[in-house]
Structures are given as C-alpha cells and as structure tokens.
Design a protein around this ligand. Structure first.
Ligand code: X6L
Ligand code: MG
Ligand code: MG
Length: 160
C-alpha cells in the first residue's frame, strides 16, 4: 500500500456537495482507503482571479493503485462530476489533484509529483498541514514551509 495525498477544489454551484461527491467516489474505490480528510477551507482564487471563491480540502489515502492509475481515477471523478475545461485556471465543479505519492517524484507532461508549485499555495499547504504536520516535502519540513507561507485569503469554514 502506498500513502498519498490528494488536493480537491471546487468553485462552482454547490461546492461542498461537489467535494463530498468526489470523496464518495474516492471512498468507493476498492483500491483506495481514506485515512484523513482536512477541514473545508474557503480560499481566494489564485492564477486567474476573476472567478468565485474556492472551497478546498486535502485527503490522506492508502492505495494499491500506481501513480498513473490513481491519476486516471482522479480524472474519471472530474468527468463524472461534469468538469469542463474552458478557461485555463478557471471555474471548475471539481479538481482532484495528486499532491504527493510516497516519496515518488515524477516530472512528466501528464503527471508531476509533488504537484507543481504546491509549496507556495496556501490552499494546498494549510489543509495538508492540518492532517500531516510531520511530513517532509522536497527535503523541507512542512512546519517550516507553513511558517514562511502567506496565509491571507484562506479561512477555515464549518459547514456543520
Ligand atoms: C503566477 C502564475 C502565480 C500562475 C500563480 C497558481 C496558476 C495556481 C495556477 C500561478 C498559478 C494555479 C485553485 C485556485 C486554481 C484552487 C484556489 C492553480 C490552478 N486552483 N485557487 N486556482 N484553489 N484558491 O483549488 O492552482 S487554478
Ligand atoms: Mg488539477
Ligand atoms: Mg489544482
């Protein structure tokens, strides 16, 4: 079994429902066991700013899937939840990213692990730190990455 971290985001329609539906698809896969899920975070859009706020979460999984098979399943979830790619970095019903997969590193047109520029993105690092405060990424303790990060534009939300 490999330990991996997934980052999920939504900024269209019922954002929480899209995140929860995506987590249901993840949980129902026989080769994936969900260990931990972060709180929900409302986050300001990064990259392309003329769009709605995002809701972001991070999940820790154990999986028998190899990285490319896990990626294919993430893409299947995006298709099932009707993701359309119209504007680069634009609005989406759901985005499911592989952030980390064991200590695997891959730089490839279809899959880059760790996820590109994740260390600079508070909408990834803050929820990740909540559920994995001990991990080391690219040789740096997550605690040290978090300390250097600007935490503006991110707010933990309680949906009851
Ligand atoms: C310069 C150039 C600086 C590009 C930043 C950052 C591009 C992030 C794309 C960038 C740049 C991205 C989410 C988001 C996106 C999300 C929030 C991306 C891809 N996804 N903003 N923006 N949450 N808050 O999940 O991450 S688009
Ligand atoms: Mg993505
Ligand atoms: Mg993304």
């Amino acid at each position: 079994m490999a330990k991996a971290y997934l980052g999920l985001g939504s900024n269209m329609g019922d954002k929480k429902k899209y995140l929860d539906d995506a987590m249901d698809f993840i949980e129902e896969h026989g080769g994936i066991k969900v260990n931990k899920v972060s709180s929900y975070y409302e986050t300001e859009p990064v990259g392309y700013e003329e769009q709605d706020l995002f809701l972001n979460i991070v999940a820790e999984i154990d999986t028998t899937l190899e990285p490319y098979d896990l990626l294919a399943y993430c893409n299947t979830i995006e298709e099932r939840l009707n993701r359309k790619r119209i504007i680069r970095w634009g609005p989406r019903t759901i985005d499911v990213d592989i952030l980390l997969y064991e200590n695997y590193t891959s730089v490839d047109d279809t899959l880059t692990i760790p996820h590109p520029r994740m260390l600079e993105r508070n909408f990834v690092m803050v929820p990740l730190y909540e559920i994995a405060d001990h991990i080391i990424i690219d040789g740096t303790k997550i605690h040290d990455i978090i300390n250097e990060l600007n935490k503006n534009g991110i707010r933990k939300v309680s949906h009851e």
